[in-house]
Design a protein. Structure first.
Ligand code: NCD
Length: 307
């Protein structure tokens, strides 16, 4: 049973197919509105979420399917001590496909090994978040017309930010990329991501603490929130949380065709005044996420022989 736990579970060709399907859904939504009639998606979210859960659910409804939902560990049998493995076996009896978010790294993989339906990782702790990456890739392709030959700046919490880990994993498979990693010393990209994705493939990258110095070199600026829930102590969070705030003043130093992205939610990292700037793409990213999730649900249900 094929599940999508991390970006490498999808080939480069499949990423392209998913983006092409998403484009077709955008162009001809009515052609897809009955595709999943009678099918059920279970969303098991043991961590807070607005966009990811609702976009999965909206995606399934727009495909004509139905949704079963668990939100918050406190309302399900997880609160009674049920294991992820048993939850996955149970939910497989009711649903055709599962999207799961969990605070523990590796939880989605455990679910996939025990489920008898496809499992999609909707974020596992500080590890990875492959469907946010699908939204990001479609956004970059739509805004820049390509996924290769780009200088990509990632700014903020590169240590705990799972969207950053998955995006670098995906983008490092395209040609001619350069990465600019902008973070406080304490929140640098984990060495496993650096080694597996950048060093091993000889992809050029620099690490800096200074956003203003590098903003003018970037095609993409991917801002991120400092991940408060992954910190061991509140003092460190308070000291680091406002390390970077993108303002209209700083945007003046960016290129005319800069694309500013953010997986959202934002806290203070992007001032609201930047939203008016045509280079702000983060709300387009939200919408693209729904279309890519529709494409992924279709692909996995077809492969599982459920459509
Ligand atoms: C991200 C996440 O959950 O990792 N949000 C999202 O899914 N769009 C980013 C974040 O919470 O900072």
């Amino acid at each position: 049973m094929r599940s999508v736990i991390d970006v490498p579970d999808l080939s480069l060709q499949e990423l392209q197919q998913l983006m092409d399907t998403a484009e077709d859904i955008i162009a001809r939504p009515a052609a897809y509105s009955e595709c999943c009639r009678g099918k059920k998606l279970a969303t098991l979210f043991f961590e807070p979420s607005t966009r990811t859960r609702l976009s999965f659910e909206a995606a399934m409804y727009e495909l004509g399917g139905n949704v079963l939902s668990v939100t918050g560990a406190g309302t399900s049998s997880a609160a009674k001590g049920e294991s992820v493995a048993d939850t996955a076996k149970t939910v497989s009896c009711y649903a055709d496909i599962i999207a799961m978010r969990h605070p523990k790294e590796g939880a989605a993989l455990v679910a996939a090994r025990n489920a008898s339906v496809p499992v999609i990782n909707a974020g596992d702790g500080g590890h990875c978040h492959p469907t946010q990456t699908l939204a990001d890739l479609l956004t970059i392709r739509r805004e820049k017309g390509r996924l290769d030959g780009l200088t990509v700046g990632l700014c903020g919490d590169l240590k705990f930010g799972r969207t950053v880990h998955s995006l670098i994993t995906a983008m490092s498979r395209y040609e001619g990329l350069r990465f600019v990693l902008i973070s406080p010393e304490e929140l640098k990209l984990p060495s496993y991501v650096k080694n597996d994705c950048l060093k091993r493939k000889n992809i050029p990258y620099i690490q800096t603490t200074d956003l203003e110095q590098v903003i003018g070199d970037l095609d993409i600026l991917y801002m991120t929130r400092v991940q408060r829930e992954r910190f061991f102590n509140e003092e460190d969070y308070l000291r680091l949380k406002d390390s970077y705030i993108l303002t209209p003043e700083k945007m003046k130093k960016g290129r005319a065709d800069l694309c500013v992205m953010h997986p959202l939610p934002r806290v203070n990292e992007i001032s609201v005044a930047v939203d008016e700037d045509p280079r702000a793409c983060y709300f387009k990213q939200v919408l693209n996420g729904k279309y890519m999730r529709m494409a992924l649900i279709l692909m996995l249900l077809k492969e599982a022989g459920r459509l």
